[in-house]
Design a binder for this molecule. Structure first.
Ligand SMILES: Cc1ncc(COP(=O)(O)O)c(C=O)c1O
Length: 368
């Protein structure tokens, strides 16, 4: 029986679906040196069962960065996994959780698995619509507000200082916690950074972070900053589920950080990614001026709000046929959005590919 022969596409597919780091951004030789260094030492802890909250060396490095005690830090494999552990200790089915609209899709999915009652807070150019939060607070008390205040996934938005203060004030008055998912903060290509929620209000903030976008996502090195009691509860949950963590990858991350390599890496990433973001903005301005988008100053994503007449499903099918993979924009919302939304990642492609991809996408949109 003859079988169909797979014919590879003539030009590579354009990945506007997932926000992955560029291969060129991953410092493989530095990672290799760190693995070698760990293998040569008398210390076997990177190769053994380890403590529930992860290797102390990594916890201490992170604690020093944030000027807190190591008892307020837990590290684990992947930040969504850590968020899951936190939800297991802090959330009961039916509890109210505020989420951004649009929101990071995997966090939404996880909160649905925990059967949280999700209340969307609209995100505009300078952060959340404060009235949306106030409206729910008039009748109910949320467990927490999950947010990505710096270069939000999926919109690229950064919360203004004014809105950060307004959110903190509401959290303090109404007694709910803020879960600050913070992984793009250092990836600022223009402008001045604002203080994090954890810096402004450690009393009400838990911060999730990871080195996936700074070093390598495959090392799965993630952390949670919280009060020591929450950290202890999450640690017990981690031990019950994982027995032990992927200590080798976490120790490699600790070795890399202890060698002081982060600063130069962040500079390299800024040099690599800044022109890619600029190319995406320029291509959208040139080829797709009728669709609304913000001009982020960093991060991995740019959110595009499409004209209401565009049918998202047809767009995805036509784009796929033209070699462009898109994420389903509805996944970033609690309820289907009134206007279709697209998240466009830009870090893993060179400028020419970005320009070419946006142009092809705009042609399809013009026909939709
Ligand atoms: C806001 C946010 N949280 C969590 C993650 C998951 O990252 P990781 O588990 O690799 O740290 C991502 C990845 O894109 C993200 O954008």
């Amino acid at each position: 029986m003859s079988r169909a022969i797979y014919a590879p596409p003539t030009s590579p597919r354009i990945n506007f679906a997932r926000g992955v780091p560029a291969n060129a951004a991953i410092p493989r030789s530095e990672i290799e040196l760190c693995v070698k260094a760990l293998s040569c030492r008398d210390d076997f802890s990177p190769f053994q069962y380890g403590p529930a909250a992860g290797p102390m060396r990594l916890r201490e490095w992170i604690a020093r960065q944030h000027e807190i005690d190591a008892s307020q830090v837990i590290v684990a494999n992947g930040s969504v996994g850590l968020f899951d552990l936190f939800c297991r200790v802090a959330l009961k089915p039916g509890k109210l959780v505020l989420v951004e609209s649009p929101c990071y899709d995997r966090a939404l999915q996880l909160l649905r698995i925990h059967e949280a009652d999700l209340w969307p807070v609209r995100i505009e150019a300078d952060g959340p619509v404060i009235e949306d939060i106030e409206r729910i607070l008039a009748t109910a008390r949320p467990s927490f507000y999950y947010m990505v205040p710096d270069f939000q996934n999926p919109s690229g938005v950064v919360y203004s200082l004014e809105k950060r203060r307004a959110v903190i004030s509401l959290a303090r008055i109404h007694g709910f916690r803020l879960v600050e998912d913070s992984r793009y903060r250092l990836l600022r290509y223009r402008g001045e950074p604002l203080p994090s929620f954890h810096e402004l209000a450690p009393d009400v903030t838990l911060q999730l972070g990871s080195f996936s976008k700074l070093l390598s996502p495959a090392l799965r090195a993630a952390y949670l900053l919280a009060d020591a009691r929450t950290i202890a509860l999450v640690g017990t949950m981690a031990e019950n589920i994982y027995v032990t963590l992927g200590n080798l990858a976490l120790s490699v991350t600790a070795e890399w950080l202890s060698r002081g390599l982060l600063e130069a890496q962040v500079e390299r990433l800024r040099r690599l990614y800044a022109p890619r973001l600029a190319a995406m903005i320029a291509a959208l301005e040139e080829y797709s001026p009728s669709n609304r988008f913000l001009r982020p100053e960093g991060g991995f994503f740019l959110g595009l709000t499409l004209n209401a007449s565009v049918d998202a499903a047809t767009l995805a099918t036509q784009a796929a046929r033209a070699g462009i993979d898109l994420a389903d924009g509805a996944r970033f919302f609690v309820e289907p959005p009134r206007q279709p939304f697209l998240r466009l990642p830009f870090c893993a492609m060179d400028e020419e590919t970005i320009r070419h991809g946006v142009r092809r996408l705009a042609e399809i949109l013009a026909r939709s």
